[in-house]
Ligand binder design. Sequence first.
Ligand SMILES: [Zn+2]
Length: 110
Amino acid sequence: MSTRPPTKRETEEYLRCGLLGHEWEDYPQDDWHIDMQSIVDMPVSFLCVRCQTIKRELWGRNSGIVVSRNYVYSLGYTETLRGIRDGYDSNAYTSRQSFRMEYERRFLGS
Ligand SMILES: [Zn+2]
């Protein structure tokens, strides 16, 4: 995994994901799907096209229930959001408030 600092563009994409949610596309992972395949559960996986986070879920075949869910975050994503949070007073603002203020600063010209 890359250890270089994220570019300005990547930082902006990470911020959008942290604030607005990920932008998922189908991302079949054959090894994992074969391992997790069962009569009762359907493995599915998605990739965020902005930050490269992977989401894996098991869906009940006959229930539509999400049986399990986990995320694999890129290092850049987690470190960038932590860096943004750390830039604001954590006693005064929640993480989401920090992301909103950073979003305003970067995209809304405040
Ligand atoms: Zn994302």
